[in-house]
Design a protein around this ligand. Structure first.
Ligand code: COA
Length: 576
């Protein structure tokens, strides 16, 4: 198989994530492209946890549909995945001696039992090693590179002591031996290898990639309040920023964190914060301040299921309305949304560039699936990126007007201490000089100034132009945003391969809406456009409806999971 998905499911705290990570690392070290998906409960222990790795010799665009191999650690995991255990799939499960009380037989499904719990408890006297018994069995069955698994065990558990590492090595051997001694392989799946040179490849998560993109962009200040699923962005930057004399501040809450960011930006730093939905809600008032004071800043929002504390560890794309329209007053901002891990790096650089160039807040909408996902991607070359810095006030000006009315709406910004560059920076409306003003003419003129920037942003070549997929004269166009763009790419490829007349448009710029490009795209398919997205209200569809002449067909999913290409393909067929 050139494209395979191995899913592992069990209880949170049983080491599902560690085992899944090791499968992913081994596949990547074998030169294969990988894309992982993990989902777990909000509790530290208990509840259903799942980790799947898709690996392929080809480029991987999404999490895929279903799995070929499923490894069940307990009955709940087995029950949750029963529907997807279809003929042709393989089940590896903990039996006897574990939570699954009966031998499993499913028509057309190859089932291999392994007494994972029993071996871990009785033979190894370390229940925690159950996941490595499973991994040993999977390695034997699907030819997973054992050397890589051992290396990852050493790296991951080394700090827990030699005894722990050795027991885990024994667990791998025990799982592998059980398969050799008790089963004959009857399925056709193996991990395989690729000749791809690994020198130019990095294995990185979406959240780490957001941090990496920020570093490339020249970010030197991060303030945050930790929140799932965004915290890893800050963990990555907390290791990296100090190396370049950057600063990281863990604030007392999200309001303070954006306040810190705006202070740093006022002082001349390239500054950002990372958060998730509830945190972005708290930041709304200060986002308005950033618009009013025209202070560059980048906010990465790794979306999760809402509203309120909602589904803290689950995937959703439901913060679009808030990102675009949140807060009070007329407060312009730019919203970008990356498609995959590699794209996050690029989009973070774009976000800083746009924010600096236009002195406007830029929000980057990532999501739980993308933030937690690991991919093997080409190593980025920092030197290949265009880096833009804000236009600064030139020294020695006779009369500096911070909010001077210019053709572009952008006026040079001074840095505190710059001779002649004093100005008043507040959330109040102001005159060109920056002095507070409530005069009607000033509010109109300064609102015009702030919003004028969006006319240029939408045409700015710093933002990747929306990409087209398929023939112009298709019968149906598909558009989405964020990580669902990958699902669209894959489903549209599948549809075209089946002879269906479908095309897609992939835009990283979500707000301001690239109206002209969308209208042009829709013309070729007589305005018939489908918008799949992971939220209840069809938020992008509503925004497109409001801003263009289109009346899109909205396709919504909000079950805490990414959309599968097969489901989207079925919807495309239904619409056609
Ligand atoms: N030998 C030794 N240690 C092992 C092991 C083995 N074979 N397998 C796993 N472990 C350790 C891991 O190293 C990890 O320890 P650490 O915490 O010191 O790193 C621990 O056991 C948990 O294993 P892991 O594989 O990382 O996770 P899991 O699959 O058991 O799932 C989580 C646990 C991650 C789902 C859960 O702990 C969690 O974090 N839940 C989410 C909490 C959250 O974000 N809530 C939202 C708040 S708003």
């Amino acid at each position: 198989m050139s494209d395979l998905i191995i899913r592992i499911g069990g209880e949170g705290g049983e080491g599902i994530i560690s085992a899944g990570d090791m499968v992913a690392q081994a596949a990547a070290h074998s030169g294969l492209n990988i894309l992982t998906f993990k989902t777990f409960p909000a509790e530290i222990r208990g509840g259903y946890a799942m980790y799947q790795t898709r690996f392929s010799t080809e480029t991987i665009k999404s999490e895929g549909s279903g799995f070929q191999v499923f490894c069940a650690f307990n009955q709940e995991a087995l029950d949750n995945n029963m529907e997807e255990l279809i003929p042709g799939t393989v089940l590896v499960y903990d039996y006897p001696g574990g939570d699954i009380k009966e031998e499993v037989k499913i028509d057309g499904v190859t089932c291999y039992n392994v007494p994972m719990s029993r071996i871990a408890k009785k033979d190894l006297e370390m229940y925690r090693a159950k996941n490595m018994v499973a991994l040993g069995a999977l390695s034997e069955l699907f030819d997973i590179d054992e050397a890589s698994v051992r290396e990852t065990i050493q790296g991951k558990f080394g700090k827990k002591g030699e005894a722990v590492v050795n027991t885990n090595f024994k667990a791998i051997e025990a799982g592998s031996s059980y398969i050799k001694e008790n089963h004959k392989k009857t399925d056709q799946y193996t991990m395989g290898k690729s000749d791809k040179k690994m020198d130019d490849v990095i294995i990185i998560s979406g959240n780490d990639a957001a941090g990496l993109g920020a570093l490339i962009a020249g970010c030197d200040f991060l303030s945050l309040y930790p929140i799932t699923p965004a915290t890893e962005v800050a963990i990555f930057l907390s290791k990296m920023l100090p190396r370049k004399n950057g600063t990281i501040v863990q604030a007392e809450d999200e309001i303070a964190s954006l306040g810190n960011v705006l202070g740093a930006s006022f002082g001349g730093a390239k500054a950002m914060t990372s958060t998730s939905g509830p945190g972005l809600s708290l930041m709304q008032e200060l986002l308005g301040y950033a618009s009013m004071a025209e202070l560059p800043c980048v906010v990465v929002n790794v979306q999760r299921g809402g509203p309120s504390t909602g589904l803290p560890t689950k995937h959703e794309q439901s913060d679009l309305f808030m990102a675009v329209h949140g807060g009070h007053g007329d407060a312009p901002r730019v919203v970008l949304s990356p498609e995959n891990v590699s794209d996050i790096i690029d989009i973070m650089v774009v976000a800083f560039n746009i924010s600096e160039k236009y002195q406007i807040p830029v929000l980057v909408l990532s999501d739980g699936s993308l933030g937690f996902r690991t991919e093997s991607i080409p190593a980025p070359d920092p030197k290949s990126y265009t880096i833009v810095n804000r236009e600064k006030m030139t020294d020695g000006q006779a009369e500096y007007k911070r909010y001077q009315l210019t053709k572009s709406g952008v006026s040079p910004i001074s840095i505190p201490g710059q001779p002649g560059g004093n100005y008043i920076c507040t959330g109040l409306e102001h005159k060109e000089s920056s002095a507070p003003s409530f005069a009607p003419a000033d509010h109109v003129a300064q609102s015009d100034k702030r919003f004028k920037k969006l006319d240029d942003v939408v045409k700015d070549s710093l933002i990747p132009a929306p990409e087209k997929q398929g023939d112009d004269d298709a019968e149906l166009g598909v558009m989405s945003w964020g990580s669902t763009m990958g699902t669209v790419r894959e489903a549209v490829d599948m549809a075209i391969a089946e002879g269906l007349k479908v095309k897609a448009l992939h835009s990283r710029l979500v707000w301001p809406v690239p109206v002209d490009v969308i209208e042009e795209f829709a013309k070729g398919c007589n305005g018939k456009v489908l918008i799949p997205e992971i939220n209840y209200q069809g938020q992008l569809a509503e925004i497109i409806k409001g801003k263009t002449s289109l009346d899109p067909i909205s396709y919504r999913q909000c079950d805490g999971l990414p959309m599968s290409p097969e489901n989207l393909l079925a919807k495309i067929k239904e619409v056609l």
